[in-house]
Design a protein around this ligand. Structure first.
Ligand code: HGY
Ligand code: MN
Ligand code: MN
Length: 420
């Protein structure tokens, strides 16, 4: 089947909607749209309206994921299986307007093009808008897609956010159903796969002047919350050699993380959050909590870096007479993309007239969750200077349209395997 084109009106709406969705944000620079907040609900409303207009049947599941179904050709019968396509709509703090949102809007545009052409597929196409991929509010990551894949850890429901509101209470207040998360799960036997279009969040495609690329694999990653406990004291009276300064120790530990990563091959370590107690100008800090996000191309390099970091932290703590505790709050084994989906996406890129560039993803994506229960594939889209998680995140309008055309071509050509 040759792909129906992306009609001009659909292409125009695709570009414009990124601005409309970006406007649904907490005040401040960039886009801040966190899980189970008023902004989350407003975004669901707007996205659901676009899905409804496109002719999809829509629902919001217990975890706050929005799902729009473009039903299969009736000839596919009751046994028609499901291909998931989409991404997340939540953001980091002061993030960009394309990370996540682009994958949802491109998927909706594809359905609008199919509807305009009167095309039904030999499978159900479920456009999924995941509710919490970044984990900005609660620290853990991919809560929404884990619920769909059946890998949700109920313990996080009791985790408090910065204001002490547990995930369970926030979900209930948002009208989601924390006690029914298990109902979100798709039956793996019904799933044909999951395909996600996402910005590259790196410099490769732009450097090679390519609008799109096909993802090979996603990095191994872990997130940690560290607590350094020293002794609070008077800034003016405690001699330097008698201090147990928790913040100075934490600072040295953060630099140790940077050094361990720099010494690794393709390893990255980031401290994104830090809190100091008691936080007074004339008090030696008694306690500090901070985060470490650690990633590597494979388990060996990740685990080697983690071990080196733990050794460095212990040495710093004992030399400075402070205590350090490290709690892992998230771990992903990374994933390799399904060869069949990878090849099909590559064909769609070639059909659109572009060289096929395959590349690795240092960023985590909802595909990591779905990988547990279905074949996954990802299409990367060029972004300006590779910048992301930053208000300056930018994707050229033409590249948004190209992403839509490539995904549409993939969907039109995708044939459910006849066996099983
Ligand atoms: O952290 C990540 O890689 C993704 O943006 N959640
Ligand atoms: Mn992100
Ligand atoms: Mn993302």
């Amino acid at each position: 089947m040759t792909a129906p084109a992306l009609p001009a009106a659909v292409a125009e709406a695709l570009v414009a909607r990124h601005g409309e969705l970006a406007a649904i944000s907490e005040p401040g620079p960039g886009v801040t749209r966190l899980f189970a907040t008023p902004e989350h609900l407003k975004a669901l409303e707007r996205l659901r309206a676009w899905m409804d207009q496109a002719g999809m049947t829509t629902r919001v599941d217990a975890a706050g994921n929005l799902i729009g179904r473009w039903a299969a050709d009736p000839a596919a019968g009751e046994a028609a299986k499901v291909l998931l396509v989409g991404s997340h709509h939540d953001t980091v703090r002061q993030g960009g307007r394309y990370d996540g949102a682009m994958g949802v809007l491109v998927a909706i545009a594809c359905v609008e093009a199919l509807a305009a052409a009167g095309t039904r597929l030999p499978y159900h196409l479920d456009v999924v808008c995941f509710s919490d991929e970044e984990g900005t509010r609660y620290g853990t990551s991919m809560m929404g897609s884990r619920a769909l894949a059946g890998g949700f850890d109920e313990a996080v429901l009791d985790w408090p956010d910065a204001d002490g509101v547990t995930m369970r209470d926030a979900m209930t207040a948002a009208g989601f159903e924390p006690d029914a998360i298990a109902d979100c799960r798709y039956d793996p036997a019904r799933l044909l796969g999951y395909v996600e279009a996402h910005i590259e969040q790196g410099p490769v495609l732009e450097a090679e002047n390519l609008p799109v690329g096909v993802v090979t694999a996603i990095a191994v990653g872990s997130r940690h919350r560290l607590t350094v406990t020293g002794t609070a004291g008077h800034a003016g009276t405690v001699p330097m050699d008698r201090r147990r300064d928790a913040l100075a120790a934490a600072a040295e530990m953060i630099l140790a993380g940077e050094a361990v990563a720099a010494a690794g091959d393709g390893v990255v370590a980031t401290t994104g959050k830090l809190e100091v107690a008691p936080g007074a100008i004339n008090v030696i800090p008694g306690a500090v909590t901070f985060t470490v996000d650690l990633r590597a191309p494979d388990e060996t390099r990740h685990d080697d870096a983690h071990a080196a970091l733990v050794t460095a932290l212990d040495a710093i703590a004992s030399r400075r007479g402070v205590r350090v505790q490290m709690e892992r709050i998230y771990r992903s084994a990374g994933c390799v993309m399904d060869p069949g989906l990878r090849a099909a996406l590559a064909r769609a890129v070639a059909e659109a007239g572009y060289p096929v560039r395959e590349l690795f993803s240092g960023a985590g994506h909802d595909a990591l969750s779905l990988h547990q229960v279905a074949p996954v594939g990802m299409l990367f889209v060029r972004c300006k200077d590779g910048v992301s998680h930053n208000p300056a995140e930018e994707v050229a309008a033409g590249d948004l349209v190209t992403a839509g055309e490539v995904l549409l071509s993939f969907l039109a050509d995708f044939a459910p395997p006849t066996t099983g």
